[in-house]
Design a binder for this molecule. Structure first.
Ligand SMILES: Cc1cc2nc3c(=O)[nH]c(=O)nc-3n(C[C@H](O)[C@H](O)[C@H](O)COP(=O)(O)OP(=O)(O)OC[C@H]3O[C@@H](n4cnc5c(N)ncnc54)[C@H](O)[C@@H]3O)c2cc1C
Ligand code: FES
Length: 272
């Protein structure tokens, strides 16, 4: 193991600096950690919640020596984390994985759920540089359109489309519907996608038809985070080591699994 990996893979105890409620189910946690504070958009960290579990989380922001993650409460570990307060201790490893390339031409981001967190980190990097920065964002309901205002403020004026499944905000449909129309109208040099995998699959299918370069961040079950245990495999790739960001060419290679199934911790395949 290289010295660099040894350092990033060492579990560091740190205190929660702040907790911010983003939606009824989602909170942002900020910690001090010099290594994770050097992360690039797309990378993730492993967060140890004492006495519960260690889970992978995308990095949402870095500032000085602090790092933030945005977490949706879905099960034991995330619910336990949601109960934690500033000053309490957690453990961190990372940052791990690769990052989004930072294309500065005409860029479109497509996001959903907590996938908007790494896209916000990316948008902050691209805002001042990209020729055009557009966004299509979708959620079940208005409350779950995470970071809509922040993302809108970073994008080129009048270039954000929001959708909700219940019609409580924006267009009442899935994000992929207006995306299809937008791609017929406008030329983009790069699409960055992060969110539920069925959404990523549809974005992939739409961009493949048109030959548009795309990068998507994928999630798989993770234990080690450093390419050793094999729990995060998709095709010939290990998402923690070879991803989590994959190019259109790589997504093509794993098309039989993309948006369709993943491995469970018991090694059986789970439908997505
Ligand atoms: C690279 C990556 C980045 C992620 N970024 C975020 C993020 O920014 N914000 C966020 O809220 N969530 C993120 N997740 C998902 C997050 O890791 C899971 O929601 C969390 O592990 C659930 O744990 P739990 O004990 O609360 O729920 P559980 O009840 O244990 O699981 C609920 C669901 O979460 C998923 N999950 C459980 N354990 C893991 C694991 N070890 N690795 C991956 N998925 C798991 C499974 O799909 C499971 O069905 C990310 C996952 C990956 C792989
Ligand atoms: S999480 Fe162990 S190999 Fe990826």
């Amino acid at each position: 193991m290289s010295d660099k990996l040894t350092a990033t893979n060492t579990l560091r105890a740190t205190r929660i600096l702040s907790v911010k409620t983003e939606s009824p189910t989602t909170k942002t946690f900020t910690f001090k950690d010099k290594l994770c504070a050097k992360a690039k958009p797309g990378q993730f960290l492993m967060l140890w919640i004492p006495r519960v579990d260690e889970i992978p989380l995308s990095i949402m922001n870095t500032e000085g020596t602090s790092v933030s993650v945005t977490v949706k409460a879905v099960g034991d570990a995330t619910q336990a984390l949601h109960k934690m307060k500033s000053g309490e201790t957690v453990g961190l490893r990372g940052p791990f994985g690769n990052n989004f390339t930072e294309n500065t031409s005409r860029v479109l981001m497509v996001g959903g759920g907590t996938g908007n967190a790494p896209l916000l980190f990316l948008a902050k990097r691209l805002a001042a540089k990209a020729k055009r920065l557009a966004l299509v964002i979708g959620a079940k309901t208005k409350n779950e359109l995470l970071f809509l205002n922040q993302l809108e403020a970073l994008c080129t004026e009048q270039s954000t489309i929001a959708t909700t499944e219940d019609g409580s905000y924006g267009l009442k449909c899935l994000a992929t519907e207006p995306l299809d129309k937008l791609l017929n109208k406008e030329k983009f040099d790069m699409i960055y996608a992060c969110g539920p995998e069925p959404m990523i699959r549809q974005v992939f299918d739409l961009t493949e038809k048109r030959g548009i370069p795309m990068e998507a961040s994928l999630e798989r079950l993770m234990r080690c985070g450093i390419g050793l245990c094999g729990s995060c495999v998709i095709g010939k790739y290990r998402v923690c080591r070879d991803g989590p960001v994959f190019t259109a060419a790589q997504l093509r290679e794993v098309k039989d699994e993309l948006g369709i199934s993943k491995l469970g911790f018991d090694g059986n395949r789970i439908p997505l």
